[in-house]
Every structure is written in C-alpha cells, then in structure tokens.
Design a protein. Structure first.
Length: 212
C-alpha cells in the first residue's frame, strides 16, 4: 500500500479535463488561449443544455461555468450537473459578473465550489483551477486509501476478548462450548502459523538423559 504523501505527490497541473461553459464566444476564446498552454484538455459549451450533454460525453475534471446565459442559466445548469442521473463529482467554478451576496450564496447552494468575477485575471483563474483540481485529487486519494484499509481490515483476523483456557491442558473453549488445542484455535481465528519444538524445561522433564 502506498503512503498518502507518496500518492498525493503525483499530482501535476495539466492534462486534466476542463469544460468551459459560456454563451459568449469571445469569453470562451480568452479562456482557451491561456488555458491551452497550461496543458489542460479543453471542451466548450455555449449553453446550459449543451453543457449537460458535453459533461456526460467529456467527463470533465472541472467546469468553468457562466451564470448569465439565455434559457437555462448557470445555477440551474449546475444543479442538474450535480443531480441524478449525471451526479457529476467535478468541481464547478462560476465565472460571472454577478457579485451580489445572494447570487454567490445561491451558487454554493446549487453545488458550486468557487466564484470568479468578471472581468477576470488569468493568473487568478489558473490558480483557482489548480487549487480545486488538487483538492479533487486529494479527495480521490483519500477514498482510495479508505478502500484499501477496509479491504485490509476485512482480510485481517484479530483475536480479542476473553478466551476460556484450561489451566491444566491449555485447551481453549469456543463459543459453542467445544474445547480445542490452542494452536488449532488460534490458527482458525487468525493468520498465524505454528512450528513445534520443545523448550528447555520440557525437554529436561521428558528427556532427562538428553544433553541440551
């Protein structure tokens, strides 16, 4: 099993899939011009309806979503992206000129993770994208580690609790009242294996003429 720090260190910005959603093609062009050199795989959609279809086909790692669009606005688009049957896990960052507190809160309530105000600065957009992609990567790593730990726990047999043991022959009584040799009981309830030998005290008692 890899250590969490080793897996997390593998993250590198670039190569991830980003879906850019905006009804203004000029805004899309600006986004593409500075995101492409960063190495991201990009797709575009010019409406909420196209964004839903594009997300299903493209499988983005992150979505940049305009709010003010004709027809289905960005809030409703985000809500549908996050709801079944899509249930998209990719973080959604709203890119919009709407700066009112109510709009920002509404964006978070429908499933967005961040807000970028127009006109935007390219450095800010790039930084926020990398931050949320890194967080998504770490969440994925955490889920993978939890699965590995659960699998390991399921495979590991652990003895615990009070074990009734005979003070004379050292047999152990199971939950059904049957007595078992201690090595048989432990073997059945753990992954331990036994090899047999004689300690010095027993060897001297059983074989007094044997030189040890």
């Amino acid at each position: 099993m890899e250590a969490p720090t080793q897996i997390a260190a593998e993250f590198r910005p670039g190569g991830q899939k980003i879906l850019v959603v905006d009804d203004n093609t000029a805004n899309i062009d600006v986004m593409l011009q500075f995101l492409e050199p960063l190495g991201y795989e990009l797709a575009i959609a010019t409406s909420g309806e196209k964004a839903l279809r594009g997300a299903e086909r493209f499988g983005p790692d992150l979505i940049l979503l305009d709010v003010m669009m004709p027809g289905m606005d960005g809030f409703e688009t985000c809500r549908r992206l996050k709801a079944p049957p899509l249930s998209l896990q990719a973080p959604v960052i709203f890119v919009t000129a709407k700066k009112e507190t109510d709009d920002i809160v509404r964006g978070f309530q429908c499933g967005g993770v961040d807000y970028i105000s127009k006109p935007f600065r390219q450095e800010e957009v790039a930084s926020r994208i990398e931050t949320h992609l890194r967080l998504r990567h770490l969440i994925s790593v955490q889920a993978e580690l939890i699965d590995q730990l659960q699998t390991a726990r399921g495979e590991l047999k652990i003895l615990s609790g009070l074990l009734p043991i005979c003070s004379y022959c050292k047999k152990i009584r199971d939950d059904q009242g049957y007595w078992h040799q201690i090595e048989v009981y432990i073997h059945e309830h753990s992954d331990a294996e036994f090899s047999h030998g004689l300690c010095e005290a027993c060897a001297a008692k059983l074989y007094p003429d044997l030189e040890i």
